[in-house]
Write a protein that binds this ligand. Structure first.
Ligand SMILES: [Zn+2]
Length: 132
């Protein structure tokens, strides 16, 4: 699962849904892999304003990835001014959000402590019946 995906996941337990501590889920013992994909500047530009940037910074930090900029980059920061080509900022974001994947490990809810297993890049969000 792409690192980007972690910005859209929260704990599946009903009692956690309204609790701010249930987002983001915290990666644990995560094994990362780089999966190369073509850069799509427009996709990233449109995605950025929808991201919870603080949560993105928390998760990338916990994964030991390079630091994200302090604030969400502006659309202007994604283009190299002189050449009109994708900027280094855009390339870095692409690599971090789109190409870096959690291959295996756990995602932990800071509210209830439940650990969701990630295997072969897929997180299992099914809960045992007594926890639903
Ligand atoms: Zn939870």
């Amino acid at each position: 699962m792409k690192v980007l995906t972690l910005n859209f996941l929260t704990c599946a337990r009903k009692t956690c849904k309204q609790n701010p501590a249930a987002f983001p889920l915290h990666p644990k013992e995560a094994e990362l892999e780089q999966i190369e994909t073509d850069i799509n500047p427009l996709f990233i530009q449109n995605m950025l304003p929808r991201l919870d940037w603080e949560a993105m910074k928390t998760v990338t930090n916990e994964l030991g990835l390079p630091n994200l900029p302090l604030e969400t980059p502006t659309a202007e920061a994604l283009v190299d001014e002189s050449s009109g080509e994708p900027s280094q900022t855009l390339k870095d974001l692409h690599s971090l959000l789109m190409e870096t994947s959690v291959a295996s490990g756990k995602l932990v809810c800071a509210n209830c402590g439940h650990e969701y297993a990630v295997k072969e890049g897929i997180a299992n969000f099914l809960l045992p019946s007594h926890m639903v």
